[in-house]
Design a protein around this ligand. Structure first.
Ligand code: NAP
Ligand code: MG
Length: 403
């Protein structure tokens, strides 16, 4: 076999927890280290080490991502009450993804990995649809009141200058409910940059929808800021042969369902929450969904969209071989390696990433797959359900034939 592919800049490697941590090592040993002279700067985001470092390691890994530009992350436990005692934690540390997202000011893009044996619930969809959710503000940072009597609700804004703006929301003639919410121009602007950057990097159209006919000021601001930021990208969109398409959110939903797929759908926070569950379910399985965090200045962090697959891990600890699907985690690695290859101009690394992805898909198309996929796939009598180790070995055989 040829020499290993050399890298220039290290990838930021963020290790994680439970079953995905086991898969992480297997993927590296079986599919990457034999072929790539892998350079990484390693951060152990496993819960034990996060606790030992008082979560400093999470911050350090995000700062390293800012420095180098590309990271690959394993799924991690977000602690809850039960994890406090399970891991004897000093504190209920925040979600690492939340911490990293805040430091990078990024937007998450989720894309399904499609195979021909698994048909999307929406028959017209031929290509993946990527959802970008603006993960700041709106109803997720609201204040609410439920009144027990009638009265007057007002919206009052006191500026730092002291200027006061006041509007009547409603004169209620009896008990009612009220909600106040906000967003920040800076956050919408960052979202816009991340979306346009990602669309260019994927060479795919970008769609965006709001209800600006009803919410002329609030949703109107989203529409205006997106359009304004787009001016900076217009020439590059034209050169790439892609477009930015704005429409009302209800029209967007109708068009998405009738579409063939193959574009990025930018959504306001609530729309993204709801629509990402619809799109991922319609495409098949959470185990086949990748996720990439993109910062407004073009920094990328790749991961699988699923969690640490705790139920499988407990079975693994009992000595059982589990049939956990490693594909989304492999695609996190290939995404990161490809991006590193593009940035450092290493064509061999880009080609390797392409071939490893093809090896995963070819293996599944040939009938060899994990249990979660077997439940969804067309069975023409060729399906062979395997455990994770056997699946990785089958992908390796396929990869070696492609290289
Ligand atoms: P999960 O790990 O995504 O697993 C939920 C279920 O989905 C599994 O029990 C399994 O179903 C199926 N599944 C998910 N990924 C699979 C795969 N690769 N192969 C096969 N089946 C797969 O979600 P969770 O159980 O709610 O969360 C577990 C832990 O992950 C939590 O501590 C949570 O905080 C963390 N989490 C982390 C991230 C992240 O780091 N990005 C995201 C979400 C959750 P069956 O058991 O039916 O086979
Ligand atoms: Mg949701």
């Amino acid at each position: 076999m040829a020499d290993k592919i050399l890298m220039k800049t290290p990838l930021v490697e963020m290790d994680g927890d439970e079953m995905t941590r086991i898969l992480w090592q297997m993927i590296k040993d079986e599919l990457i280290l034999p072929f790539v002279d892998l350079k990484t700067e390693y951060y152990d985001l496993g819960l034990k080490h996060r606790d030992e470092t008082r979560d400093q390691v999470t911050i350090d890994s995000a700062e390293a991502t800012k420095k180098y530009g590309v990271a690959v992350k394993c799924a991690t436990i977000t602690p809850n009450v039960q994890r406090m005692s399970e891991y004897d934690l000093h504190e209920m540390w925040k979600s690492p993804n939340g911490t990293i997202r805040a430091i990078l000011d990024g937007t998450v893009f989720r894309t399904p990995i499609t195979v021909s044996r698994i048909h999307p619930a929406v028959r017209s969809w031929e290509k993946p649809i990527t959802i970008a959710r603006h993960a700041y503000g709106d109803v997720y940072k609201n204040t609410e009141i439920r009144t027990t009597e009638g009265g007057t609700a007002e919206l009052v804004f006191t500026g730092d200058s002291g200027a006061v703006t006041r509007q009547i929301v409603q004169k209620l003639d009896g008990p009612g409910v009220l909600q106040g919410m906000h967003n920040k121009e800076a956050s919408i602007r960052s979202f816009a940059h991340s979306c346009f950057q990602f669309a260019l990097s994927q060479k795919q159209d970008l769609w965006f929808g709001t209800k600006d006919t009803i919410s002329k000021i609030y949703d109107g601001a989203f529409k205006e800021i997106m359009a304004e930021v787009f001016e900076e990208y217009k020439d590059r969109f034209d050169a790439a042969g892609i477009e930015y398409f704005y429409t009302l959110i209800d029209d967007a939903v109708a068009r998405v369902i009738r579409s063939k797929g193959g574009f990025i759908w930018a959504c306001k926070n609530y729309d993204g929450d709801v629509m990402s569950d619809m799109v991922s379910t319609a495409f098949g399985s959470l185990a086949m969904m990748t996720s990439v965090l993109v910062s407004p200045d073009g920094i990328y962090e790749y991961e699988a969209a699923h969690g640490t697959v705790t139920r499988h891990y407990y079975r693994y600890l009992q000595g059982e071989q589990t049939s956990t699907n490693p594909v989304a985690t492999i695609f996190a690695w290939t995404g990161a390696l490809r991006k590193r290859g593009e940035l450092d101009d290493i064509q061999d690394l880009v080609t390797f990433a392409d071939k490893l992805e093809k090896a995963c898909l070819d293996t599944i198309e040939s009938g060899i797959m994990t249990k979660d996929l077997a439940l969804l796939a067309d069975d023409d009598g060729t399906i062979q359900v395997v455990n994770s180790v056997e699946f990785l070995k089958a992908i390796r055989r396929c990869l070696e034939a492609l290289l």
